[in-house]
Each structure stands twice: as structure tokens, then as C-alpha cells.
Design a protein around this ligand. Structure first.
Ligand code: MG
Length: 287
């Protein structure tokens, strides 16, 4: 099932997208629950039996929001997690680091407040960074929480998948050693267009692509992940309880602006599109 969070006639709603992808029908949720977006479903085990309310609306009539408009806490994100991307960084940025693949994944976070909708504008932080870059990523959303989740059980903890653009200010990322600041500017996490539930998509074998102004820059496959999805869930839950609604962004394939020769960073007016097979696409203008 595809679950969308959207606005219509001044109301926030959570609904299921029709099989043809053209319309959406709202679940019967109290307004204070619908404010949470898809989290209102993820947090209850019986959501599949929730009745719907009202007529189906054409998707063109509604404004899609991020499926999780304000995640409860920071998003877990994984750095340098595709073999080809690790190679492009080794060849360009980390010239003194011969290790292509580390023993443990790089994990950092983005603050929840930087999440915006699938077609919203991303604001370039004026005067603060000159090196804003895109990262097309598959993100998984935890459905069943837990601590010390074992790899072999991990897939059963996934509620579904969505798309994020892990927008990054490279100069700020490098300046502070820790990556959170360069990754967490307001609007730096476009997300959507909806969640595809885990029974309908296998995130371990899907294609992730990214375009800048119509030019294909990233074309990767999650089979190229260095640390696969079960390993990421096992890692993030080591001694840390994961909760329903937690997001883990799985990393970006090769082809980021920093890895080009010479590097090409985003400027005002650029449009970045991220598409993932089995989910759909998000597209954001940089302003
Ligand atoms: Mg990333």
C-alpha cells in the first residue's frame, strides 16, 4: 500500500493512494492524529482495518506533504554506503584515505525539523555555504521498534520505504568534523512522495536515480550497498531502542556534485529529482 500525507481544503489528511496512482482516499483519523501524518498509522498495529472517510480525491487536487512531516526525533543517516560512491570519494575528496570500505558504517543524523515535502522548495542558506549538494537516497521507516535487533530479524521491523534527498552543505559538513550541522539546515530533507509498505517493495533490490535539471547524475542499485539494510538496522539498534516511525536513510549512490571533476554544486533555480523504482519520485527546486 502507498500511504500519503497531504493537505486538502486547509486540512491535513493521511490516506491510501489508489493502485493506479491517480487518487487518494483519507483514513478516518481525528485531526490531532492526522497532524502526525503517516506516524498516526505506524504507531497503531491495527491501521489496516481503519475505515476511510470521504470520496477519493485526484492527487492533482491535493498538496502532498512529507509522509512524516515531523519525525519524532532525528533521522538516522548512513554515509558512504555504496561501493561506487565510496570509490568516487576516495578518488576525489579523501585522497589520503586508502580504505574504500570501513569496518563499521558511518552514521550521523539530520534534525527532524529539516524535513519538507516532496515538491517543496529547498532554501540555500545565504552567506553560510557555497557548496550545497544533493544525495538521492532510499529511506526505511521502522514499524516495530526494538533494541539489539538481529540482522536475521531486521526486515520484520520495517514498516515501509520512502525517498529522501539528503541535502548537504559540503563545506559545513567538513568544517565541523561531525556531519549533523552541514546536513540539517532548514528544508534540507525533502521526503516523499509517500511510503510504500514493506509487503510491496523489497528495498534490498531497487534502483535509485537522481537528476539535476534533467541531467542524470546518479544511477545506483541497492544491491551495491556496502552495509545492507539488515546490517544498518542491527547497527542503529545496538543499545539504542528504535521506535515506530524512526527513519534510516541508507546512503547515496555515486554521482554527487562533490565527486565530479570539477565539483558542481547546486545554485538558485536548480531542480533536483530523485526517483526510486517501486516508490516514485520527488522533485525540488533550490531557491
Ligand atoms: Mg547521505
Amino acid at each position: 500500500m502507498r500511504i500519503a500525507t497531504y493537505e486538502h481544503a486547509g486540512q491535513r489528511l493521511v490516506g491510501r493512494v489508489s493502485d493506479d496512482g491517480l487518487s487518494v482516499t483519507a483514513f478516518a483519523l481525528a485531526p490531532d492524529r492526522a497532524r502526525l501524518g503517516a506516524l498516526s498509522l505506524i504507531e497503531r498495529g491495527d491501521w489496516r482495518s481503519l475505515p476511510t472517510q470521504g470520496a477519493a480525491l485526484a492527487l492533482q487536487q491535493v498538496r502532498l506533504l512529507a509522509p512524516l512531516p515531523h519525525p519524532r526525533r532525528n533521522l538516522f543517516c548512513v554515509g558512504r554506503n555504496y561501493h561506487e560512491h565510496a570509490k568516487e570519494l576516495r578518488d576525489s575528496v579523501f585522497k589520503n584515505n586508502n580504505a574504500n570500505v570501513a569496518a563499521w558504517p558511518i552514521v550521523f543524523t539530520k534534525v527532524p525539523e529539516c524535513v519538507v515535502g516532496p515538491y517543496d522548495e529547498v532554501q540555500l542558506p545565504h552567506g553560510i555555504t557555497e557548496q550545497v549538494d544533493y544525495e538521492s537516497e532510499l529511506a526505511l521507516i521502522i514499524g516495530v521498534g526494538g533494541k539489539n535487533i538481529r540482522k536475521e530479524d531486521a526486515m520484520g521491523h520495517i514498516f515501509g520505504y520512502t525517498i529522501v534527498n539528503d541535502v548537504t552543505a559540503r563545506d559545513v559538513q567538513m568544517r565541523h568534523q561531525q556531519w549533523d550541522m552541514g546536513k540539517s539546515f532548514d528544508t534540507f530533507c525533502p521526503m516523499g512522495p509517500w511510503i510504500v509498505t514493506a509487503d510491496e517493495l523489497d528495498g534490498t533490490r531497487t534502483r535509485v536515480r537522481g537528476w539535476v535539471n534533467g541531467e542524470l547524475r546518479q544511477d545506483g542499485h541497492t544491491q551495491d550497498l556496502i552495509f545492507d539494510i539488515p546490517t544498518l538496522i542491527e547497527t542503529c539498534s545496538r543499545g539504542i531502542t528504535l521506535y515506530p516511525g524512526d527513519v534510516i536513510a541508507t546512503g547515496t549512490p555515486a554521482g554527487v556534485g562533490m565527486g565530479l571533476n570539477p565539483p558542481q554544486y547546486l545554485k538558485r533555480g536548480d531542480v533536483v529529482r530523485v526517483e526510486i523504482e517501486g516508490i516514485g519520485a520527488i522533485e525540488n527546486r533550490f531557491a
